[in-house]
Each structure stands twice: as C-alpha cells, then as structure tokens.
Design a protein around this ligand. Structure first.
Ligand SMILES: *Cc1c(COP(=O)(O)O)cnc(C)c1O
Length: 386
C-alpha cells in the first residue's frame, strides 16, 4: 500500500538518535532547548516549548490563555478532533465556525457573522483556533482584526503547516496570534515520532507553558512562596502535567529540521505533477493562493459530483489498488461524542458539503514519478469506467 503520508528517515537522523542513547541524558537534557531554538529561529518567533504531542501543546496553550469552565472556544469543524478536545480538557465549551469551501479553512465571513450574533447574546469565545488545513494558512490578518474587535485570543493549529508561509513570512511567527502549535507526528512535515511544539512571542504565555508542561513545578525562587530550603528545593504552584519531549525526540527533530526546505520543495514538485496528471478529470484540485505558500501536508481532491456513494466507490477502488487514500476530515461536530454535546447534521453545511467529496491522495517527499503516475492512472481508470 502506498501510504497517504510517510516519514523520511536518513542515516543522520538515526545516528542522532543513537548518539542520545549513549549520552547521559535521555530526557531533560541539552537537546530539547536546542530543538526549541532551532524551530523558533526557523519560523521567526521568540519562544518555543517542545512537548510530547500537538494535542498536549493545544492543551497547554488553552491553559496558558486561561481557558476555564464557563468559557467558550471556537474552532473549525474540518480538523482532527484534538483541535476541539483541548477546550473540553479545560472544562470549557466548544463551538465551530463553518469553512470556506475554496480554502477548506475557517471562513472569516462566517466568523464575523457568528461573532456579531454571539456579541448580542453575550456568548463571545475566549479563544479561536484557526486550523491551517493541509498546510495552507487561514486568513490570519482578518481573524486577528476580529480578535482585536471582539477580544478573543488566537491559537493557530499549524499541525500541518510548518514550512508554509503567509504574507511572505513563515507560519509560526505569531504575528497574528498568541500561540502557534506544530505537530511532529510521522505523517506531518517533520517528525519526532510523537511530538509537538507551542511557539509564542509573549513572555507570560511562555512562562505558563513551561510551568504546566512539567507538573506546575518551579525552581525559580522568585515564583516561590518562601525562601528555598536548599539546593534541592522546588515548589509545585499549579496543577500541571508531564508533557515533556524526550532527548531522543529532540535529536530526531533537530536532524529532520535540517531537511525541511527540501521536504517542502519536494511536496510542491509532487503537487505540480498531480495538478498536471489530474487536470482533465471531474475533480476540484487544490487551489494555489497568491498571499500564502502551503506546506502541502495533504493533497486533497474533491469529486465534482458530491455524493457520498461515489466518493466511497473511489476510496474503495484506490485502496483495492494499493493506494492508501484517506479522508481528512470527518466533521468534528458529527462525531458521536460531539453529537451528545448537542451538535447535529446540518449545523455546518459547508463542512458537511466538503466532507462528502474530499479524498486525500498520497503526499510525502519520497513518492517517485512511477508511483505518482500509477496513482493518477488509477483515478483516471476509475472515472473512465463511469
Ligand atoms: C495531527 C494533528 C493534531 C494532533 O497532533 P498530535 O501530535 O498527533 O497530537 C492536531 N491538530 C491537527 C489539525 C492535526 O492534524
């Protein structure tokens, strides 16, 4: 099966991890801060906090922005469930903003209308999480301006998007957000096996992220309620977690980051090949935008004939031919857990419309020309039998 996404592991990556195994520190050593600095240097933000997953990064980000019971968080229904679950971890409520069908991202116009209605009811969100679907930036300037007007904080879920850019700057510079989070799961742009990072330009947010990453424990006498008893002393001043990244993961991340530009370039080459091979078929292909450059985590094709039955047929056909197509994503509000919270079919029509027609075809740096031709040929073969 040709997978839809796959890591690229080099000999240097392996050597970097093995070197850690022979070193004194498997965790809480020197490599995690080096990885954090390398990521912030790459994406142009001030602080980075490496953690064991993007899910943990989202949770910490919500804590750092003081999301508490009674608060509301809004995100996109077309995302992985983690983008919404982070609010529930904090005891807050979740709601969704419908997508723009041309970008698959949160629609700024829908956001504005929902904010106007929410303001009247006194039910404004404390946090909005735009998700850069497939690696393509949301309209962050518009969302940021609405944040200024309506007083919400912004966490960019850039799990797909490290290496992408928006208005000429790398995603993760936090020019239009309080915090940006990345995922380093193996299917994403670079990997640490499991892993994630929260980046920010704000000193207070950074302190809170660090504190809650490691049990709410501080070793800084300035944060303590009394003089330290001695050199061993620490205090727990908040209820935190163990969300730390290991040294093995950080070493892999540092090594991977060295090849990120190559990975992104290769993804763009693959997109161009697919665009060319698939252009005659009854499909909507990914659009290219002028003010941003996607990291191209995904290559999502949409059937012009939007029926669940035809999409299922294409999915089954491709899988039977050894092509690991996938669907990103089942709208979060249609998950049974979210339906129990009160959401139902019809709540976010554009997201549901998108879901009916979307299929992700394989996209990762090591796809070869013969594989791309095979994949495109199988899609073409499917439609020629119709
Ligand atoms: C992968 C992903 C996550 C979760 O990432 P993990 O590192 O696996 O926790 C969150 N949001 C989106 C949009 C993702 O694709």
């Amino acid at each position: 099966m040709i997978p839809y996404g796959k890591q690229d592991i080099s000999k240097e990556d392996i050597d970097a991890v093995v070197e850690v195994l022979k070193s004194p520190y498997l965790t809480q050593g020197p490599r995690v801060p080096v990885f954090e600095d390398a990521i912030t240097a790459y994406c142009g933000s001030k602080y980075g906090v490496a953690v064991n997953s993007a899910t943990s990064a989202l949770h910490l980000a919500c804590i750092a922005l003081n999301l508490i019971p009674g608060d509301i968080l809004w995100t996109s229904p077309i995302s992985f469930v983690a983008s919404a679950n982070c609010a529930l971890y904090c005891g807050a409520k979740v709601d969704f903003v419908d997508i723009d069908l041309s970008t698959h991202n949160m629609c700024p116009r829908a956001l504005k209308e929902k904010l106007e209605a929410a303001a009247k009811k006194g039910r404004l969100p404390k946090i909005v999480i735009p998700v850069h679907m497939g690696g393509d930036s949301c309209c962050m300037r518009e969302i940021y301006e609405l944040g200024q007007e309506y007083g919400f904080k912004i966490i960019e879920d850039a799990s797909h998007a490290i290496g992408g850019s928006y208005l000429g700057k790398r995603i993760g510079n936090c020019a239009y957000s309080d915090i940006t989070i990345f995922s380093f799961h193996p299917v994403k742009i670079i990997t640490t096996a499991e892993g994630g990072m929260a980046v920010t330009n704000n000193d207070d947010i950074y302190e809170k992220l660090i504190l809650h990453r490691s049990h709410g424990i501080t070793r800084d006498p300035n944060d303590m309620t009394c003089e330290p008893d001695g050199g061993w002393y620490y205090q727990q001043i908040e209820l935190g977690y163990n969300y730390r990244m290991t040294e093995l993961q950080a070493a892999l991340g540092i090594s991977q980051l060295g090849r990120i530009d190559h990975f992104i370039e290769r993804r763009h080459e693959i997109k161009a090949i697919y665009d060319d091979l698939l252009q005659q078929l009854p499909l909507d292909l990914p659009t290219t935008r002028t003010n941003s450059s996607s990291a191209l985590h995904l290559y999502v094709i949409k059937l012009k004939n939007k029926t669940m039955a035809l999409r299922k047929e294409l999915f089954d056909h491709m899988r039977s031919r050894g092509v690991g197509v996938n669907v990103h994503y089942i709208p979060i509000h249609l998950q049974p857990y979210y339906q129990k919270l009160g959401f139902s079919k019809g709540d976010f029509p554009q997201a549901e419309n998108y879901y009916k027609s979307a299929i992700s075809i394989p996209m990762h740096p090591n796809l070869e020309m013969a594989e791309l031709q095979y994949i495109a040929g199988e899609i073409e073969g499917f439609f020629s039998q119709k």
